[in-house]
Design a protein around this ligand. Structure first.
Ligand code: ADP
Ligand code: ZN
Ligand code: ZN
Length: 757
């Protein structure tokens, strides 16, 4: 009897509960776990993933359908396993989780649209080498007769032909167009057996522009870097020793393979990553390098490419589909062994994974905000664990969660030996102007000295909200209960949650008064302030936020402009504080530093600390001392005070104690469930029904609490705090399933977020 394939159809419907059994006919006997198959399903043809093979099925064979076709390439088996884990861990479905690990271009549409690129390639043969006298025809094992034969056929070559062949012998196979010979000329050489001319697959290489990528060779490490690297190298050696067949050493415990590189900004963490990666490669293992966002990490990508060349593949959504497909295949075939990319690169088909690096591990961008709402840091840890690989996370401002569970390696000094810049906290409680006097003077100093400054403003737009001076009316979004933000350049007020936009009001819609007040200052307004106060052609003001970076490459262009200008100011949202290495920035300014603290989020303190510390990291890297100014309405907030003292240990200790007392991560897991509906009563009823059904041991359920209306939907939220994560997630999943099927649940939309950000 033919084998049975357990296949998960890739439909997004939550109600579909696979996998389903199919009969594998002889012509599909190559199918294995991870193969993609076109299958008949519910009267349609859909793409399915083989998640298991079996000898028999509970369904009688005559009722089993046969898949129609095998679609190459498939998914590595370990990624199928990982997807199953994600579906459970994040309350999603196997089909949605499998969607994360598919090869680029595969999707619900069954046929692949990506074409392999082939080009005509010429490669010189051994005969060419002999003809050019580059090798001794009397090689070992050659009979004298054969050698004579070579000599007898002594080859005559024109000067031109000789040049072409020499080039091919020196450089290896080349696309026909790059050989320096025309097609006819190559053909004649091919007919004489001196070269092979054939179409071959060619990898489309995404090119990365590198802002300030500096030297390529490995520099000698500092003492601190060496001390931090040593345990990582030792762990890599241990996994290599445990991996050889008949190894006598047991595999190391997972906890011994997880590291947190906690190094101040500019302490050379990337160099530690590079040398760890080199060691993994030398041991024959593959490497995944995660960065928060590819556009913000051009230097990291460039440094990996400069160090490891073509063995580095990059995977991210801004690549063309052909490029992405080629990078993916290069990894799947083992032609590339290092993958650099944002969170989705945690699913790269790197075989024999030996090392997973998570750079800037504190960045919220590692959390995926669509279903499945996975956290790439957690997935990275799981994947490393399954592969027996080393996990190396790094940050100047690591999360308390990571400090709690990972073995910490410290880099306390900047590579250049410079101290971290002093931080001054500026009290804005009585300020009238969005820029403190000290800030204005410091910026004027920067201009006089021909230096650079970075100014961080937490909001884009001109002002946060508009109100009527006569009646107090506030302009809000008709779809969401939030204030509209003025964007003066676009002559519009817009909603930052749903994108709603309308013209700038000239009169109050409630009372008709024409006196409209503008509150708060966003990036656009600060840019204008700076232009008025300082701007001139020799001192450009560059703005960088989601509005100026909307186009592909916009971020890179803005950063390059700032990097290449001799002096100036970069003003923008949090993007400006991330990871860039500009040697000549002497001043960093954070405006409204406590803006992040006003959100009701237990991570607010951590975010605020990270923001100030990361911006501090941008200042004072090269010549000239740095200085950081922090404008705030709460100068005594612990996170701001700790950041001003560069006291990350003190801050982390305090945070961990607070979280332990309040049962927040890492001492408990959080699960957030949002019920949304057109009517507030329906959203709340669904939340209440859920609350009644969730009662896992050791868990508490908070809520329902109303959330502000979003995109026309009323929302109600439950928060589950659980010490037994697995049971709690399972209990929530079961409750959501049951409620979703009930009349109450059908009037609402339920969304579950495990580890919400
Ligand atoms: P971090 O990621 O910790 O903020 P970087 O990796 O950006 O720090 O390093 C800061 C700078 O120091 C970079 O320009 C890098 O090339 C350089 N660097 C790192 N390690 C060394 C070293 N051992 N010797 C000389 N320069 C180094
Ligand atoms: Zn009014
Ligand atoms: Zn809105």
């Amino acid at each position: 009897m033919p084998p049975i394939a357990r296949i998960e159809p890739l439909t997004t419907a939550r109600a579909v509960r696979g996998p389903f059994d199919y009969l594998l006919p002889e012509r599909l006997s190559a199918a294995r776990v991870g193969s993609l198959l076109a299958i008949p399903f519910a009267g349609r043809e859909v793409l399915g993933v083989v998640v298991g093979l079996a000898d028999s099925s509970d369904v009688p064979p005559e009722k089993l359908a046969e898949p129609r076709e095998l679609i190459e390439p498939g998914i590595p088996a370990e990624l199928v396993e990982l997807a199953g884990w994600i579906a459970d861990e994040y309350c999603s479905t196997p089909a949605r989780a499998l969607g994360l690990v598919l090869p680029p271009g595969a999707g619900r549409a069954v046929r692949r649209r990506v074409q392999v690129r082939r080009v005509l390639v010429a490669e010189a043969t051994d005969a060419a080498r002999v003809a050019l006298g580059q090798c001794d025809a009397l090689a070992d094992g050659d009979t004298p007769a054969a050698a004579n034969g070579h000599r007898a056929g002594a080859v005559r070559l024109t000067e031109r032909q000789r040049t072409v062949l020499e080039r091919l012998l020196a450089e290896g196979a080349l696309p026909a167009t790059k050989t320096g010979a025309d097609h006819g000329g190559l053909r004649r050489l091919a007919e004489r057996g001196l070269l092979v001319l054939e179409p071959r697959e060619q990898r489309r290489r995404p090119l990365h522009r590198s802002i300030g990528a500096r030297s390529a060779g490995p520099p000698p490490l500092t003492d601190e870097q060496r001390a931090a690297l040593a345990p990582v190298l030792a762990a890599l050696e241990r996994i290599a020793a445990a991996a050889v067949p008949a190894a006598t050493t047991p595999p190391p415990a997972p906890a011994e393979l997880r590291f947190l590189l906690h190094g101040v900004t500019g302490s050379g963490k990337t160099e530690v990553y590079l040398q760890a990666a080199a060691a993994a490669l030398a041991a024959g293992r593959g490497v995944i390098v995660l960065v928060p966002e590819i556009a913000l990490a051009p230097q990291t990508v460039a440094r990996f490419q400069a160090r490891f060349g073509d063995t580095v593949a990059v995977l991210h959504s801004q690549l063309g589909q052909g490029e992405r497909y080629d990078e993916w295949t290069a990894l799947a075939r083992g032609e590339a062994r290092v993958c650099v990319g944002p969170r989705s690169a945690v699913f790269a088909p790197v075989a024999e994974l030996g090392l997973v690096i998570v750079d800037e591990e504190h960045e919220p961008a590692y959390k995926h905000e669509g279903d499945p709402r996975y956290d790439a840091r957690r997935v990275a840890a799981r994947r490393a664990h399954e592969a027996g690989a080393v996990l190396l996370s790094g940050s100047a401002t690591p999360r308390p969660e990571s400090v709690h569970v990972l073995r910490r390696l410290r880099l306390t000094q900047r590579v250049d030996g410079r101290p971290l810049p002093p931080v001054e906290v500026l009290d804005m409680r009585d300020a009238r102007h969005p820029l403190h006097l000290v800030t204005r003077e410091a910026l004027a100093d920067v201009r006089r000295g021909g230096r650079k400054a970075i100014v961080l403003v937490n909001r884009r737009g001109w002002s946060n909200f508009l109100s009527c001076r006569a009646c107090g009316h506030v302009w809000t979004c008709p779809q969401c209960d939030v204030a509209l933000v003025l964007h003066r350049g676009e002559r519009a007020v817009t909603c930052h949650h749903c994108g709603h936009r309308e013209g700038v009001p000239s009169a109050c819609s409630s009372c008709g008064s024409v006196s409209v007040a503008r509150h708060g200052a966003g990036t656009e307004r600060i840019e204008q302030e700076l232009l008025d106060a300082l701007g001139d052609p020799g001192f450009p003001i560059t703005r960088l936020d989601a509005d100026t970076a909307a186009t592909k490459g916009g971020i890179v262009r803005a950063l390059e402009r700032f990097d290449q200008a001799p002096a100036g100011v970069l003003v923008g949202t949090q993007i400006v504080a991330k990871g860039h290495d500009f040697p000549d920035v002497t001043l960093g300014v954070v405006l409204d530093a406590d803006g992040t603290l006003r959100f009701p989020d237990f991570r607010a303190e951590e975010r605020t600390f990270a923001l100030v510390a990361q911006l501090g990291g941008r200042a004072g890297r090269g010549e000239g001392a740095g200085r950081v100014l922090v404008q705030t309405l709460s100068p005594d907030a612990p996170s701001i005070a700790a950041a001003a003292r560069h006291d990350s240990d003190g801050f982390l200790a305090g945070e961990l104690a607070r979280r332990e007392a309040l049962s927040y991560p890492p001492f408990a897991s959080l699960i957030r469930i949002v019920c949304s509906a057109e009517k507030a009563a329906d959203a709340e009823a669904a939340a209440l029904a859920l609350r009644d059904r969730i009662a896992p041991p050791g868990a508490s359920v908070l809520g329902p609490a109303p959330l502000f209306r979003l995109r026309g939907r009323e929302r109600s939220q439950l928060l589950v705090k659980a010490t037994q994560r697995r049971t709690a997630v399972a209990a929530v999943a079961a409750a959501v399933d049951a409620v979703a099927r009930s009349p109450v649940g059908r009037r609402a939309n339920l969304s579950v977020d495990v580890d919400p950000q």
